[in-house]
Structure formats: C-alpha cells, structure tokens
Design a protein around this ligand. Structure first.
Ligand code: CNA
Length: 242
C-alpha cells in the first residue's frame, strides 16, 4: 500500500488540473451505506428493491413507503464528513483540485468545505414542493412519520434528487464534461461505476493519469495507471497537501 500512496502523492504533486469523480463509497466511512457492497442497501431486506422505491413512479404511487425508506436509509443528519471528504476540500483550497463530481446525494463534500461540487444525482440537502415549486427546508423531510407537505400550498414536498426514471440535469452534466475534458489527472473513488449515464462520463477524460481508489474491483481497473483497493478515507488521509 505504501508504494501506491507514494505514487499517488507524486501524481498529485505533478498535476496541474485534477478532478475527483466519486460515489457512495466515499461516504461509507461516514456511516452511510452504499448500494452494492455486501452490507449495502441492495443486500438488505425491504419490501421492494431499493431501485424501485427510489423511482419516480413509486414516489407518485406510494409516497408513504418512499418516505419510510428515505428516512430510514437515505438521510443521515448526524453523519459527518470523513478524511476523504476533508482531504478533497483541502486539495481544492490549495488550488490542486478543480472540481468534485459526485453521484452522492448527502451533501458531505460541501460540509467538509468543498466549493465546486457537481452533484449528478442532486441532493437530499435541498427540497421543493411538487405542486407550487417553492423550496422548503430539507430537514422537514428527514423526520416524522407522515408525508411532508408544503406550508404554502399543501402540496407534497420532495427531495431535490434524481430518482430512477428521471433525467440528469443538463447543466450539471455539461459542467462535469467541461472539467473532465481539461483534467490531466482523474481520481475516481468509492464507485462501482455501474450506474449510467453517470459512469459513462469517464469517457470524456482524455488526460494522462487515471487513478482508481475503490474497495472492490471495477470494470475500469484495466484502464487505470494506478488502482488501489483500499478504503478511500484511509488512502487520502495519507496524502500531503502543499
Ligand atoms: P455503489 O454502486 O453502491 O458502489 C459503491 C462502491 O464503493 C463499491 O464498488 C464499493 O466497493 C466501494 N466502496 C464502499 N466503501 C468504500 C470505501 N470506504 N472506500 C473505497 N471504496 C468503497 O455506488 P455508486 O456511487 O457507484 O452508485 C451510484 C448510486 C449510489 C448513485 O445513484 C447514488 O445516489 C447512490 N447512493 C448515494 C449515497 C450517498 O449519497 N452517500 C448512498 C447510497 C447510494
């Protein structure tokens, strides 16, 4: 592992435009389960598969069950950024990292201090009314047992996340492509790279150095210059900035 850390440190030191692309595995060390690990949400018992519950049609047909799952599994108001989030924020502050592109919806990169965070799947830290469109405080979704309703019109509130069957925000996608195209080092971490179209964004990276830090193997391991199968927080906390 030490050789791999040294190599990663050298690549970071030499980089002039680094981008980070990540997923649920970045937040498992903060206590938020991912989808596909052995203890991830896809391997836990629930009345419906998670991808069905967090779909657009399920939200419309069965919002009570959606919110039961949402509150139990998708929000964690006590969870704090871990060393991976913090190191990425430090790298940005030092002018080494131009953007964090994330599939996560937990807001932990911003909580750690990152500024340029492109949230491909939205955020549980924002919410709006499905009837009048007004924003509301996201914590009204997080607690309680019933349906969260808009205080202006009584409509159903929803988190500002991209549900299955919904499209990604075009502007966020375009910005992600912009940063990937100008990067010389792409650090990919904590993602199975199996959710599309997000994972397909990697094809826009044509820089010299691709690094993957993921607990399990991914379909892109053979394309990377450096692959580290270790917890990302443990890896990044060993990186020196500046
Ligand atoms: P995934 O498909 O569950 O894959 C997670 C990957 O991370 C797996 O390959 C694991 O091996 C790896 N992993 C887990 N823990 C660590 C760790 N500590 N260090 C390094 N690697 C680790 O999740 P993806 O992000 O690839 O899939 C995209 C989905 C998951 C998006 O739609 C997200 O919205 C969704 N999701 C987000 C969160 C969150 O916001 N925290 C939580 C759960 C799911």
């Amino acid at each position: 592992m030490q050789d791999a850390i040294q190599k990663l440190q050298m690549l970071i030191n030499a980089s002039r435009s680094m981008v980070f692309f990540g997923g649920a595995g970045v937040s498992t060390e903060s206590g938020i389960p991912d989808f596909r690990s052995v203890d991830g949400l896809y391997n836990q018992q629930w009345s419906w598969p998670p991808e069905q519950i967090i779909s657009h049609s399920f939200f419309l047909q069965n919002p009570e069950e959606f919110y039961r799952f949402y509150r139990a599994k998708l929000v964690c108001s006590d969870c704090k950024p871990n060393p991976a989030h913090r190191k990425l924020a430090e790298l940005e502050q030092a002018g080494k990292l131009s953007a964090v592109i994330t599939q996560n919806i937990d807001g932990l990169h911003q909580a750690a201090g990152s500024k340029n965070v492109l949230e491909l799947h939205g955020s549980t830290r924002r919410c709006y009314c499905t009837k009048c469109g007004k924003s509301a405080r996201p914590d009204v979704l997080d607690f309680g047992a019933g349906l969260p309703l808009c205080q202006h019109c009584g409509g159903l509130l929803r988190p500002d996340v991209v549900l299955y069957e919904e499209g990604l925000d075009q502007q966020v996608l375009e910005r992600a492509v912009h940063y990937l195209r100008q990067a010389d080092l792409l650090l990919v971490g904590g993602t199975s790279l199996s959710v599309y179209p997000a994972a397909g964004l990697l094809d826009y990276f044509h820089g010299e150095h691709l690094v993957l830090i993921n607990r399990d193997a991914t379909g892109r391991d053979d394309q990377a210059e450096l692959v580290i199968h270790q917890p990302i927080g443990k890896v990044l906390e060993q990186i020196t900035v500046g």
